[in-house]
Ligand binder design. Structure first.
Ligand SMILES: Nc1ncnc2c1ncn2[C@@H]1O[C@H](COP(=O)(O)OP(=O)(O)O)[C@@H](O)[C@H]1O
Ligand SMILES: [Mg+2]
Length: 402
């Protein structure tokens, strides 16, 4: 695995207690934004990550009356946050609702256990490095991070309306306009990540969250890679040049969304674009582009992905515009060099002529509107069914835990 970038090792945000006299090396607090600050996404995004100094951190430690000779335990997190109900569960751990005890702001607290077989030290440290860097309206922001000997407690902005599958399954009517609005925001977030050298590697419906305004937030950097800018030609400024980067090798992520080059174990950021293509396919017709059929072995599943054959003949595609199908093809193009990059996808008319408005309402000139006006009834039904199946599975999982 590519080790985390060291391009800004002296980044002042990388505040560890090792900088503090007599510190216990087990204790690390990474503070991104002062706890006193009312959490305001726009304001938070305006703060360059480097602006938190060691002095500010020391002041924070003093303010909280921390005894640096004591091992920080989970109780420190609980001193600052009131931990509430679980709001999500994933492979790496659970996510709880967390309310700040003094300013009552609500957050999500992702708890990653260090001793779990799912969480290796390298990917945990990469997740931290990434979360410290990202600040974009379409990517989940980290607010604070507590690291104790056993766990990481990642305090994240709360994204309060569930994931994309939940949203699509519970809306009254599903449409292409809506799909375009979501996919556009995913590409905005993805372009930002790729320009920082972050390859997400697990883009799928479950990791695309929505807030109450219907704004998309890309979540879950547990499997992500951080590429050193400039390494093997990784160009931070030109997405065209990044297309030929192929230095990632692990087959990580979720099978249905694997790009052909992941199966060949030499890939880069374009693999995320393929995954967005899979999502677009999925939300337009309800089914996976490359489903793993029951009983099928990986070999034949991967062979189908590498062939890349797309079936637009199923009835669900009848109401879908040609522009949407064209974009699906351009994203699910086998050769990563030929595939659109995230920034090129933003220029495709089906994406470009889509406008995000909080609480819905699109305003595209009717004549220019590339989106079909017909509701996506069949896709909607299938997505509802899949959502119900997933809810049942999750319930079973929770009971198994009890
Ligand atoms: N910031 C957040 N706000 C609200 N819910 C979240 C947030 N982050 C994660 N979740 C919920 O918790 C689930 C698991 O979190 P995720 O980061 O995807 O962990 P994992 O690596 O275990 O999949 C998500 O699918 C989502 O439902
Ligand atoms: Mg996840």
């Amino acid at each position: 695995m590519i080790s985390p970038s060291t391009r800004d090792d002296n980044h002042p945000i990388d505040i560890h207690m090792r900088n503090i006299h007599n510190a216990n090396p087990d204790i690390k607090i990474h503070t991104v934004v002062s706890v006193d600050m009312d959490y305001d996404h726009d304001k938070a995004m305006a703060i360059p990550l480097g602006e938190v100094s060691d002095e500010q951190l020391l002041a924070e430690v003093a303010r909280r009356n921390l005894d640096l000779h004591d091992k920080i335990t989970d109780s420190l997190v609980k001193e600052t946050y009131n931990l509430g109900d679980p709001i999500g569960i994933g492979a790496s751990g659970e996510v709880l609702l967390a309310t700040h005890r003094t300013n009552h702001t609500k957050f999500a607290c992702k708890i990653v256990r260090k001793n779990s077989s799912m969480n290796d030290a390298q990917s945990m440290s990469t997740e931290i490095e990434i979360m410290k860097r990202v600040r974009h309206r379409n990517v989940v922001s980290m607010y604070e991070l507590y690291e104790t000997p056993k766990c990481l407690w990642i305090i994240l902005e709360l994204v309060d309306s569930g994931d994309l599958l939940t949203h699509l399954a519970t809306i009254d009517e599903h449409s292409e306009k809506l799909a375009a609005r979501f996919i556009k925001q995913v590409f905005h977030g993805l372009h930002y990540l790729h320009s920082l050298g972050i390859v997400h590697r697990d883009i799928k419906l479950d990791n695309i969250l929505l807030n109450h305004e219907g704004m998309i937030k890309i979540a879950d950097f547990g499997l992500s890679a951080l590429v050193r800018l400039g390494e093997s030609g990784y160009d931070p400024d030109e997405s065209k040049k990044r297309k030929s980067y192929r230095e990632l090798h692990e087959m990580w992520g979720t099978k249905e969304y694997f790009a052909p080059e992941i199966i060949n174990q030499a890939y880069g950021p374009q693999a995320d674009v393929w995954a967005v293509g899979c999502i677009l396919f999925e939300i337009l017709c309800g089914r996976h582009a490359f489903p793993h059929e029951p009983g099928e072995d990986n070999h034949s599943h991967y062979a189908r992905i590498k062939k890349g054959a797309l079936d637009f003949n199923k009835s669900g595609w009848k109401n879908v515009s040609n522009g949407a199908k064209e974009l699906v093809k351009m994203l699910l193009t086998i050769d990563p060099n030929e595939r659109l990059s995230a920034s090129e996808a933003l220029l495709h008319p089906w994406i470009k002529l889509s406008h995000f408005h909080a609480h819905g309402g699109a305003s595209v000139d009717d004549e220019k509107d590339p989106h079909s006006n017909l509701p996506l009834v069949e896709a909607h039904q299938i997505l509802k069914m899949r959502f119900n199946e997933r809810t049942k599975k999750k319930k079973k999982m929770t009971h198994a835990h009890d």
